[in-house]
Design a protein around this ligand. Sequence first.
Ligand code: FE2
Length: 269
Amino acid sequence: MSSPRTTAQNIIMESTPNDQYKSNKSFVHDMMNSIKCHRLFSHKAISSLRQGSFDKPSLVKMHLDFLMLTKQFTDVILMAQFLTREIDKRHDICHMPARFLITLNLLDELGFQPGNREYLGTPKHSHFLLFDQVIDQLGVDRATRNDYVYGEAAIALRDFVEEHMDNFLALLLYLAVTEEEAIIFSPPMREAARRAGVPVDGGYYNAHGSSSDDDTEAEDDEHQNDVLVILSQYLIAEDYPRTRELSQKFCDMWCAFWDEQITHLERAA
Ligand SMILES: [Fe+2]
């Protein structure tokens, strides 16, 4: 029997009119190529993190800003899972395979692990709590965390996403862009955390990045591909301009997040 992921993807493809799936898939492919060319993915922060240029206060600031977005990320997956019902409304195609596929990401994010005869895992391994643990390991106490004033760019991104929590298309695009962000930024973030004394062989940094990364058990690229399959089922041609615009907007806002981290770092130097 095929894996649940492959099975669900195949059902989605088979249940979507062929022409619709093919033209959407080609659009989504082009959209992902233009996302990958965005300045975000060659941002100066990538080499600065990798080379150890982030001092401790800047590394702590970045992690605290990131924590807020990590917390919201589970909500985004949950809402996207719920809003798969938009597929039925729009196309009269059953949304269960799409909901099933998004659930794979949700299980991962909540700390479940595949077991032999039962689910394994613990909420302590939810990605939010694993990231919270990294902040403990950076030596940040509760009072500092509670008093922290989040960066403007992080707040702007969180608020923009929050405003779009009932918009299936926007949430799918946020997931696609943010998985790419995780794929590209997790290895240098992991390196910077390791230099600061955070154990990275387990925990958050072991669970993020690409499935092709031998150093981790991450599968952010698989989660991203699931989203692209769902987009290829859901989109209609009239969505294309808004889809391009929103995907670029999420890249711009993530880019502003990293610009702000670099500005902070350079001011501190
Ligand atoms: Fe995660």
